[in-house]
Design a protein around this ligand. Structure first.
Ligand code: FES
Ligand code: FES
Length: 161
């Protein structure tokens, strides 16, 4: 029935949040319009562009096509949650240093996909990076600087142990 809401309990960026949401809401709509976490972008809103990518239990997930109830009981990480207590995630630093963002619309989703890759593989090859970002469209950069930034972040993280 239109207008029906449900209460969902989410763990977002380490915090437990219990919120009432319209039953038809996606995870992306809940993040942006209920929790005011607007880092995850609403691009195509139909699973084609990757701008809405977040991590669900560490796995890159298109939040625009994920019903919010599917995130219950899982750990949700958005771009707002990538930084640690000591500062930005190395990926965020290297995107900055390498000029890997232009308009920036794709960047939050790409950072999430890349963060998951670096959790799996400390020293990814360029082909592995390309594969990890296959679902993230960028209209601006031509990708080369994005790949450079991810490789630099991987090196930095490996050096830090
Ligand atoms: S906004 Fe989700 S894939 Fe484009
Ligand atoms: S920086 Fe503009 S879409 Fe990627």
């Amino acid at each position: 029935m239109a207008g029906t809401t449900e209460v969902v309990r989410l763990n977002v960026n380490g915090d437990t949040r219990e919120v009432g949401v319209p039953t038809h809401y996606t995870l992306l709509e809940t993040l942006r319009y209920v929790l005011a976490l607007t880092g995850s972008k609403q691009g195509c809103d139909k699973g084609d562009c990757g701008a809405c990518t977040v991590l669900l239990d560490g796995v890159p997930t298109l939040s625009c096509i994920t019903p919010v109830w599917e995130a219950e009981g899982k750990s949700v990480t958005t771009v707002e949650g990538l930084a640690g207590p000591s500062g930005p995630h190395p990926l965020q630093d290297e995107f900055d240093l390498n000029g890997a963002a232009q308009c920036g619309f794709c960047t939050p989703g790409i950072l999430c996909s890349a963060a998951a890759l670096l959790e799996r593989t400390g020293t990814p090859t360029r082909d592995e990076i390309k594969e990890a970002l296959a679902g993230n469209l960028c209209r601006c950069t031509g990708y080369t600087k994005i790949y450079d930034a991810i490789e630099a972040a991987a090196e930095r993280m490996s050096a830090a142990g």
